[in-house]
Design a protein around this ligand. Structure first.
Ligand SMILES: Cc1cc2nc3c(=O)[nH]c(=O)nc-3n(C[C@H](O)[C@H](O)[C@H](O)COP(=O)(O)OP(=O)(O)OC[C@H]3O[C@@H](n4cnc5c(N)ncnc54)[C@H](O)[C@@H]3O)c2cc1C
Length: 400
């Protein structure tokens, strides 16, 4: 901790990625941190996640990078094709920076690493404790609201916020891939924007025996019941029609109950702070996962917040600075996800048709290609801004 920085008593609500990462960063800086989590046995449930170079840089700052990378699957190529195998999305991390990669990860791996790190840093973890009223935390110098997309607390701050539910979502499953058939490519297959299959190498599940992949199948929310009624064989037929090679994965699905349904929110806040409260993670900026950024953004929130508090400013000014520093980046990714999602998940036909014709060609052009790669890796700060996030600076922001 810098000599100008007082020790703060910090309450963090929520032990998801955002809450745990923030707790770790602040505890590593010498603050007294308590995390309140409503579940008695917290764990991270959900589909595999893609960690971008931005998220990997934040993990270095958090001191968990090597442990997490050892359990993930390096992804060096994103390849999305039409049912006729015409490439639509074709992005290689190497073309952004040699040696760079994304990391397909089982959520449990990141959760366990953050949980252990929080314990090692002396964070007080209080489980089975739902915070219903922010006023109960008024004894703390700083309250971090990290209670996820359906936050019940951000409304109590008085901060402006819009929360819109996307009409589409996805079902997903984590499946064994002993032969590592999908190598280091994240695959997608599209039929217009009405059907999308995704298969992502996901590394190893905690305690698991062998490599796994995450399978995603796009669905319109109001068709979820219809999909359930149509049954397992109808689902498998549709998937195999798009990608016949995944029969070995589908054989592992014995019932539609083996697939989990997820919906996406689009949360936008003009400012993330009051004098003493700050909203981070999905509670502040949930997006559709089309660009695979949510966890990365949450980890970056933690690193930037800690850096703002390190400057020795009063809490209110440090939080003001936090909003200034994060707004451009977060609004860009919210907007990009919002605009891209209907190209891949909607009932539209003209836009996906144009997508199939021009997207791959466009990303071969120098300016568009560079914008695409910078967006993917998580460093873009705006549509026109030439300034990108400096990852080397970020990852050096540990407790030192
Ligand atoms: C299908 C799908 C795929 C995705 N893929 C990717 C991807 O590839 N890459 C990526 O980066 N992101 C991805 N995401 C997004 C990512 O999952 C989220 O951005 C991330 O999990 C958000 O973490 P969080 O900590 O903000 O919220 P959460 O994980 O929701 O954590 C919130 C925590 O707060 C607790 N809580 C809530 N209310 C209270 C309360 N009142 N008191 C105490 N505790 C409370 C909850 O129990 C929970 O533990 C995906 C999301 C979905 C749905």
């Amino acid at each position: 901790m810098s000599s100008t920085q007082p020790t703060l008593s910090v309450a963090v609500v929520g032990a998801g990625f955002a809450g745990l990462a923030t707790a770790c960063m602040l505890a590593r800086c010498g603050h007294q941190v308590t995390v309140f989590e409503k579940f008695g046995k917290p764990e991270s449930l959900g589909a595999g996640i893609l960690i971008q170079p931005s998220g990997l840089a934040a993990m270095r700052a958090l001191g968990i990078h090597d442990e997490v990378v050892a359990h993930g699957a390096k992804v060096d190529h994103l390849l999305g094709v039409t049912a006729r195998q015409r490439p639509v999305v074709n992005v290689r991390y190497q073309r952004w920076q040699p040696g760079s990669f994304g990391l397909g990860l089982h959520r449990g791996v990141l959760f366990n690493a953050l949980w252990r790190q929080a314990q090692a840093c002396g964070v007080k973890l209080v489980t089975g404790e739902e915070v219903r009223d922010l006023a109960t935390l008024q004894a703390h110098d700083l309250v971090v609201i990290a209670d996820g997309t359906r936050s019940s607390l951000r409304g109590q701050t008085g901060l402006a916020c819009s929360d819109r539910l996307y009409p589409w979502g996805a079902v997903w499953a984590v499946l064994r891939d002993p032969q590592q058939q999908y190598g280091s490519t994240l695959w997608q297959w599209y039929r217009g924007a009405r059907q999308m299959l995704g298969i992502m190498p996901t590394g190893h599940a905690p305690g698991g025996q062998g490599p796994v992949v995450s399978l995603f199948w796009s669905l319109r929310a109001d068709q979820y019941r219809v999909w359930l009624d149509a049954g397992l064989e109808a689902f498998k037929r549709e998937v195999l029609a798009l990608h016949p090679g995944c029969d070995g994965l589908l054989d592992q699905i014995n019932s539609l109950d083996d697939l989990t349904w997820a919906r996406y929110h689009d949360v936008v806040m003009p400012a993330y702070h009051t004098d003493r409260c700050v909203v981070v993670g999905d509670a502040a900026h949930a997006t559709s996962p089309q660009l695979g950024q949510g966890t990365n953004l949450a980890l970056l929130d933690a690193v930037v917040l800690c850096d703002c508090l390190k400057q020795g400013l009063p809490v209110a000014q440090a939080l003001e600075r936090y909003t200034q520093l994060r707004r451009g980046h977060l609004h860009f990714y919210g907007q990009a996800s919002r605009w891209l999602t209907p190209l891949f998940q909607s009932d539209l036909w003209l836009l996906p048709w144009l997508r199939d014709l021009f997207m791959n060609l466009g990303s071969g052009l120098p300016v568009v290609g560079s914008l695409t790669r910078q967006t993917l890796v998580g460093v873009r700060q705006g549509w026109l801004s030439r300034e990108t996030l400096e990852l080397a600076k970020l990852q050096a922001q540990d407790a030192a």
